[in-house]
Design a protein around this ligand. Structure first.
Ligand code: ADP
Length: 362
């Protein structure tokens, strides 16, 4: 029964199409737990915090750690950990052999994997997964982290139209309603949030972060997201895309289209010569720009239909990806004549997992 004070530590796990996100609340003081519970807490802590917990691919985002949190009447820290969902079998093995089953309250889980792995958790680890809806959790998580992160959570890019003075600035997200959430994970979901508890999913697209990574691996032979972003940062998409000026020789004035606007993404690649001279870096950049602009333009249409001005972009597609954030900031400002604002949140991909932990408490 979730309304009985749950035992510690608390987990929220978001098992997504690409990455599993784990949010873990570590109580500061464990002396008042009974011996057996203390033992479980210490074991779990050691394995979750250790670098080898999930093969070599698990990462704790130390820079996102939140201290001085009060959850369930206890003080503690919130840790943020991620690993590829493909490593789930290794995580299940760890949980099995390290007796995570001592966790009386089970694990709160969301994302498609909560359904996919429910049975194996029960049978192998003897641990119950409490399942919660991923979008409910996402909205709850945004609300919590924005309120209780002692550092500024929300930011935007000032002067998005001028690359030389465009820079990251904190944004005061108190009283934020209504706003649009554009969650860019493997795919994309777009939510219209009207109040703390009132939201709807207004749109989505399957052309998301997974599409970027998949296409980029195919086109450049790269193997990881970090590598794809690194390549893109050194590339120029104008060698790949067909611009308005490539067709008009300049601007298309009647409808206010500048010569350097993209008329056709990847449009140069129909030429054999151009294909020969296309560099990996340029292909990676064009893939990133194509996916980002498509998401930006769907977000803009949703904002218009919903009559909403603030658009909050989240999801791990934006991890270490300033190129896309600045492009989205540019696109929102430019194509709406300054009426839309692109906002971003520091905890990017962790809101589903955070909200999932909170769902269990309320
Ligand atoms: P999901 O819940 O669908 O797994 P996420 O919000 O975790 O979605 O975002 C997954 C996307 O984030 C990937 O498709 C990729 O574009 C990007 N990404 C960022 N970092 C990584 C990483 N280390 N490994 C794989 N994909 C990553």
């Amino acid at each position: 029964d979730p309304h009985v004070r749950p035992s510690m530590p608390l987990f929220g796990m978001d098992i997504g199409g690409t990455l599993t996100k784990l949010v873990y609340f570590e109580p500061d003081n464990i002396d008042d737990f009974d011996q057996a519970e203390q033992q479980t807490l210490r074991t779990i802590h050691r394995y979750l915090m250790g670098s080898t917990a999930y093969g070599t691919t698990g990462i704790r985002d130390v820079h996102l750690e939140m201290t001085n949190q009060n959850i369930c009447g206890r003080e503690g820290k919130i840790h943020f950990i991620r690993f590829p969902t493909s490593q789930m079998p290794a995580f299940i093995d760890l949980a099995k052999y390290r007796k995570f089953s001592g966790l009386a309250s089970g694990i709160c889980a969301t994302g498609g994997g909560a359904y996919m792995f429910e049975e194996v958790f029960e049978s192998e680890v003897h641990l119950q997964l409490h399942k919660y809806d991923e979008l409910d959790s996402l909205v709850k998580g945004i609300h919590y982290i924005d309120r209780y992160n002692l550092n500024s959570e929300c930011y935007y890019f000032c002067n998005p139209l001028d690359p030389n003075s465009c820079e990251k600035m904190p944004f005061d997200f108190q009283d934020p309603y209504p706003y649009l959430v554009v969650n860019i994970g493997s795919g994309v979901s777009i939510l219209s949030v009207r109040s703390k508890s009132q939201y709807s999913r207004v749109s989505g697209t399957s052309l998301g972060g997974g599409t970027f990574l998949g296409l980029c691996c195919l086109l450049t032979g790269c193997e990881t997201f970090e590598e794809a972003i690194e390549l893109a940062s050194k590339g120029d998409s104008e060698n790949i895309d067909k611009l308005v000026k490539d067709i008009y020789g300049g601007d298309y004035n009647k409808f206010g289209l500048k010569g350097d606007a993209v008329a056709s993404s990847f449009g140069q690649m129909m030429s054999k010569e151009k294909r020969k001279s296309a560099r990996k870096e340029d292909l990676a950049r064009a893939t990133l720009v194509t996916l980002t602009n498509n998401i930006g333009s769907i977000a803009r249409m949703c904002a218009k239909t919903e009559k909403i001005e603030r658009v909050v972009f989240v999801g791990n597609f934006l991890r270490v990806n300033t190129i896309s954030m600045k492009l989205l900031a540019f696109a929102m400002e430019y194509w709406s004549n300054g009426s839309l604002k692109a906002l971003f949140l520091e905890h990017e991909g962790y809101f589903g997992a955070m909200g999932c932990l909170l769902e269990y408490l309320h």
